[in-house]
Design a protein around this ligand. Sequence first.
Ligand code: ADP
Ligand code: MG
Length: 702
Amino acid sequence: MEINSTQAEFLRREIKSFPGIGKRKLSVLDSELGIRYVRDLLKHYPFRYEDRTQFYLIKDLREHISSSVQLVGHLHQVQKRWVRTKDSLSAEFSDETGKISLQWWNQINWISKYLKEGRRYLIYGKPNYYKGKISIVHPEMTELKDHASPKGKIYPVYSSTQTMKRVGLSSSGLQKIIQSFLSEIHPEFETLPASLGEKYHFSQHGKALHDIHNPPNIAALNKARERLKFEEVFFMQISLLSLRRVRKENLKAHGLGMNPMVSDFLDKSLPFSLTDAQKRVINEIYSDMKSEQQMHRLLQGDVGSGKTIVAFISLLAAIGLGKQAAMMAPTEILAEQHFEVCSHWAKSLPISLSILTSSVPARERKQRWKEIKEGNIQLIIGTHALLEDNIQFHDLAVVVIDEQHRFGVWQRAKLWKKGKDKHPHVLLMTATPIPRTLSMTLYGDVDISTLDELPAGRPPLYTAHRRESARQKVESFVQTQLEQGHQAYWIYPLIEESESLDLQTIEDGFAAAQTRFPHLKIAMLHGKLPSEEKQDIMRLFIAGEIQLLISTTVIEVGIDNPRATLMIIEHANRFGLAQLHQLRGRVGRGKEKSYCILMTSSPLSEEAQKRIDTLVSHQDGFSISQVDLELRGPGDRLGTQQSGAPELKLVDLVKDQAILIAARQEAMDIIHQDPEIKDPKYQTLKEHVHALTKQAAWKYIA
Ligand code: ADP
Ligand code: MG
C-alpha cells in the first residue's frame, strides 16, 4: 500500500533533516536517549500518564486527596509580597463551592504577566492542607473562555534527565516535539501483515502510535499498548530468525565429528561417568558440528552441572582432526583454572595446549601468537587477550565461550571471525539459566541445549540466614568445619563508592579471622592483588594448603574446589539473587555435605528479605532466576542490550508471557513459509525489520 511505504520512509528519516529542532536539542536527544531517527522519537513512549479527565469542586477537596487535581474557577487578588529573602506571589482562586489560595515562589515576574484578576482558569496542582486552609503552589494555569467547558484529557508524561531539562527537553518540551512528528503519522499506517491485524483485532500501527502518545481514554491506551508490545516481540523474532537462517546458509564451517582422539578419551581417560544430560548435550553438539553449517549453540546449565567437560569434549572434535580450538573465559582466574583442568584431562592425549591472558609477559605472548598462527598450539585457553587483532589462527574449527553473557555480541563475534576460510563452530556457555519462553525470545537466533541434571552423589547444600547476633555461633561452626579438614570461603561484598573502603572492609575481616582462628591457614584474595599472587593463592587453596579464603567476589565465576564445603557471605543483602546463587555454587561440589551462611547486619528491605528467603528455600538455578526476574526484570544480566536485537521498550518479559509466545509463533510461521520474506504481502514487514536490525546484528553477518 502506498501510504505504508511513504510512512515507513518517514520513520527512517533522521530528525535533524527536519527544520525546527535546534542543534543542542538534537545532540542531547542523541546522547541521552539515543534518538536520531523519527522512529526512535516516536518510540520514546510516555512512562506514565496523568489522568486529567476528572474535575474537582473545592468543597470536595479533603486531606486524603494528595495527588494533583484539576479545578475550574476565577482568579482574584493577585498580590506580590516580600517573604523572608525574596518576592513571592499569591492569589485567591474560587469556584461556586469555596476558595483556596495559590502561591508562586519562582519566576514570579514572568508568571505575574499571565495572571489576570477576574478571569476564568483551569488549574492543575497538588493541594496542601494547613490549619483548615487549602493552597496550591505553582499550579499549571490555562485560561478559559467564560462559558467554555474544559475538556478532560489523559496527559502523557515522558522521562527526561537533568541534561535534557537544561536544553528545554522536559516532559512537556519532549511532548511538543513528539506531537509535531506524530501529526505526520497517518492512523491507517500499518506495519504488520494484514492477516495478523485481523487475527488479533489490533488497531493499526498509526492509530496505536497516536493512542499511546495521546490516549483518548484508558481502553484505547490499553489496546495500543497491547499491539505495540506484540509488534516489538514479533519484529525482534523475525529478525532473529532471519539472522539464524542467513547464518545457516552463508557461514560455512568444517564438518567435524567423532575421531580416534575423542573415542580414546571417552574410553580410557574420562575422569568420571557422564550424566545422561551431559551425554545428550554432547550428542546435540556433535550432530551440529558434523554439518558444514556453522554451529551456534548456547549451553545452559546451573552452576556445578558440569559444563567444562562438555566443552572439553567438544573441543576435541577439532583437535582430533588436527585443527585448532579455543576457549575464552571472562576472568584470568577462570581461564587459569580451565587451563589446569584441561591440561589434566589432556595428559594422556597428544595435544599441545597453552594459555593466553594479559598477564602473560609481552615477549612470551608474541611467541604464543606465532605458535598459534603456525598451528603448533592446538588448544588455546584465554581471556579477552584472545581477541587481539594480532592473533591469527592456522585452522580454528571450534570456539567455546564460557560465561558468555559477560562478553558483548561484538566480542563473541570477534573471536569466531578468526576462522580463516571457514568459520569455527561456536558453543556459548552460561550458568544463568532462564525460563524457556524467555530464552527462546532473547536467544531466538541460537540453538539451546540444557544441562538439567547435576552429577550424581552431590551432597545436599544447606543455606541459612544468620544475623549479627549469631556471629559467635557462626564462628564456632567455621572452626569445627575447618578442624575436620574442610575448606571455607568467607566473602565480602564490593561497596562500589570507594575502593579503599572495600579494601578496608575485607582487610578488617582478614585481621579478625587471623585473631579468631590463630591455628588456621588463612589467605586473602581481592581484585587489587597482582595477578600472579592471585593465582598463587587460588592454586594453594585448590591444593588444600589454605583452609580459609577471605575473598571478594573475584571468585564468583566458575572456580572449582570440591574440598570447599562452607561459605560465609557477609552483607548478603548487598548482593543480587543470581550473584548469590553463583557464589554459593562454589561449595557443594565434592562428596561432603556443604553449607552456605548468609550474614546480614542491618534491617532488611522487603526485597532483600525475599532474595534471602528464596535462596534459603530454593536450590536450583531455574527457579531462582524466575524469582529474580520477577523481582527486578531481566536487566542487562542477560545481555539484552547486546544481543543485537532491537530493544524491547514496552514488553515485560515476565508478565507478558502470552504475548511472547504468540508473537514468536507467528514469526516462526512466516519464516517457515517464506524464509526470505519475499512475498509482496510482506513487503512492508521486510522493510521494517530490515531497518530495525540494520545497525545491529546484520552488520556482523554481512
Ligand atoms: P559448571 O557447569 O558450573 O562449569 P564444572 O564443569 O566446573 O561445572 O563442574 C563442577 C564439578 O563437577 C567439577 O569438579 C567437575 O569435575 C565435576 N563433574 C562434572 N561432571 C561430572 C560427572 N558427570 N560426574 C561427577 N563429577 C562431575
Ligand atoms: Mg563453569
